[in-house]
Write a protein that binds this ligand. Structure first.
Ligand code: ADP
Length: 269
């Protein structure tokens, strides 16, 4: 994006020429665009679940309903309220991370049961996809904050399901590579265009194309994943082919020894 303007050249009040200035304002333009995208994402994402909570509550208050119908409406209200809570938690997480105020309660723990239970929950919630877990190592101990690592797995598995069509498979592989324990989450979904890959982990970034316009989200999930991995001396990488699928791989340093450093939580800035 280029801004062009004219600057008259004057000497002792007389104009004797003009300078045409070309200024590259791509950066400013992108920041503005991101801000307005943020405002529209936030209002849309908060409004949609709130509208359904209000709508169904009103229905229940104004009508005599059969118990089954009541239960159906209450389930929707409950799910939408949960979605709102998750959204607000994501916003708060990002804010805490930016302010360097996020705390991590790190302990040596086996992440395999954590991962399996997250896969099971996602499988129950997404019966139209098939999730597979393959653990190719016996050493699945990690020094980390279990809740935060759970958030990493959950965000990645959730995305793998969300961005693949019904009937798709999601493969979760756990393996050792050099000094690292790696977890790869592979899907057969929409994939990601090459020019979007470098922006993927930026806050509020969402890949823009018509296929995914109806898929809700805030563009915060991967930014949170990246921060959590950084706080664990870990890494995240992605390989993807549009229309073929994507593989997100997280990597933790393998820990030697299995004792907990202390009962106190550690703070990372
Ligand atoms: P959200 O899903 O809320 O938009 P994320 O930060 O989790 O935010 O992801 C950012 C963007 O990356 C998404 O909008 C989506 O377009 C793309 N993306 C993430 N994971 C996948 C995936 N497994 N397959 C295809 N696209 C993905």
């Amino acid at each position: 994006v280029v801004q062009v303007y004219c600057e008259p050249l004057t000497r002792k009040g007389d104009t004797f020429g003009t300078v045409i200035v070309h200024r590259d304002i791509t950066k400013e333009y992108e920041v503005d665009l991101m801000k307005s995208e943020f405002v529209s994402t936030v209002s849309h994402e908060l409004r949609t679940p709130l509208a359904s909570v209000l709508g169904f509550t009103e229905l229940m208050l104004n009508k005599e309903l059969k118990p089954e119908r009541q239960k159906k409406y209450l389930t929707t209200i409950y799910q939408e309220a949960k979605r709102l809570t998750a959204l607000i938690n994501d916003f708060l997480d990002v804010q805490r991370m930016e302010a360097g105020k996020q705390t991590y309660d790190k302990r040596y723990d086996d992440i395999l049961p954590l991962l399996t239970s997250i896969v099971e929950t996602n499988q129950i919630n997404s019966p139209n996809h098939t999730l597979h877990v393959d653990s190719r190592t016996s050493n699945t101990m990690v020094l980390g904050d279990k809740d935060k690592i759970g958030q990493v797995f959950n965000n990645l598995i959730n995305n793998a399901i969300k961005y693949s069509p019904d009937g798709g498979n999601v493969y979760v592989d756990i393996f050792e590579e050099g000094p690292n324990l790696k977890i790869a989450i592979k899907d057969e979904g929409l994939g990601i265009p090459a020019d979007a890959i470098e922006k993927l982990f930026a806050k509020f970034y969402r890949v823009d194309n018509t296929d995914r316009r109806r898929i809700g989200g805030t563009g915060l999930g991967l930014a949170i994943v990246k921060e959590i991995m950084k706080a664990h001396d870990g890494e995240i990488s992605v390989q993807s082919e549009p229309k073929e699928g994507s593989t997100f791989t997280v990597s933790f340093p393998i820990v030697i020894g299995t004792h907990n450093p202390s009962e106190n939580s550690t703070q990372e800035n």
